[in-house]
Design a protein around this ligand. Structure first.
Ligand code: DC
Length: 226
């Protein structure tokens, strides 16, 4: 029997990264942050002077990636590329924008497929990212699609930015999020949509603890996972 897998997907700002990390930590399972892999491909391509529109060359970068992840229950993390700490770089807005270009290249998605599957080890895996339940782990015992209203996601993002000393209008953020949702769900490569067998969880108005608890209860009630 392969190790159990829980996939968590959803739009940005739904809190899926935070929830995936908390749930993995509570269960003592491995964590796969697949978005970080796409971000790392963008960083590595930049360092090797590879243009993001050269699909085959970017896919080669993805296949050769030497990365190392560590994360703690308090949410802190460290990501290394070729032995160098690139955590802040990987989490920047600029890197997120480049990652979304890289993530639209089919050859890159293909190159990362086996690497992502290799994260599946006992006692189990929590896999965060949009095609986790549809393509990478279609046999996952539990698939969660975490969402929240566009207003709530804009409010969360606004608070995050404010905490970093960045002042942007809530209305503008709301608009951006709505636009991104439409782009993400309409694109042809790995569009953002729940797997047919996913359970949808709306986190609007719920605390991080409450959402974590709901997912943990679902895991305990999933026969392959109990
Ligand atoms: O979740 P994130 O912001 O770290 O993701 C970075 C980009 O990669 C974003 O454009 C979504 C995309 N992505 C993807 O296409 N497939 C995944 N499994 C994970 C992320």
């Amino acid at each position: 029997m392969p190790a159990p897998v829980l996939t968590i997907d959803g739009p940005s700002g739904s809190g899926k990264g935070t929830i995936a990390r908390r749930v993995a930590s509570a269960l003592g399972w491995q964590l796969l942050d697949s978005g970080a892999l796409y971000r790392l491909v963008a960083v590595a391509a930049g360092r090797r002077g590879v243009d993001l529109d050269e699909e085959d060359a970017v896919a080669k970068v993805a296949a050769d990636l030497e990365v190392w992840f560590a994360s703690a229950a308090d949410g802190s993390e460290r990501i290394e590329l070729d032995g160098e700490d690139v955590t802040a770089l990987v989490r920047s807005e600029e890197c997120g924008a480049k990652a979304s270009i890289v993530a639209a290249l089919p050859a890159v998605r293909e190159a990362l497929l086996e690497r992502q599957r290799a994260f599946r080890r006992p006692p189990g895996l929590v896999a965060d990212g949009r095609d986790m339940g549809t393509r990478v782990f279609p046999d996952a015992g539990l698939k969660v699609f975490l969402t929240a209203s566009a207003e709530e996601r804009a409010r969360r993002r606004h608070k995050q930015l404010k905490d970093k000393g960045i002042d942007v209008s809530l209305a503008a953020l709301s608009r951006d999020i709505g636009d991104r949702d439409r782009r993400d769900s309409e694109r042809s490569v790995a569009p953002l949509k729940p797997a047919d067998d996913a359970r949808v969880l709306d986190s609007s108005g719920l605390s991080i603890e409450a959402v974590t608890q709901i997912v943990l209860d679902w895991v305990r009630n999933t026969p392959q996972h109990g």
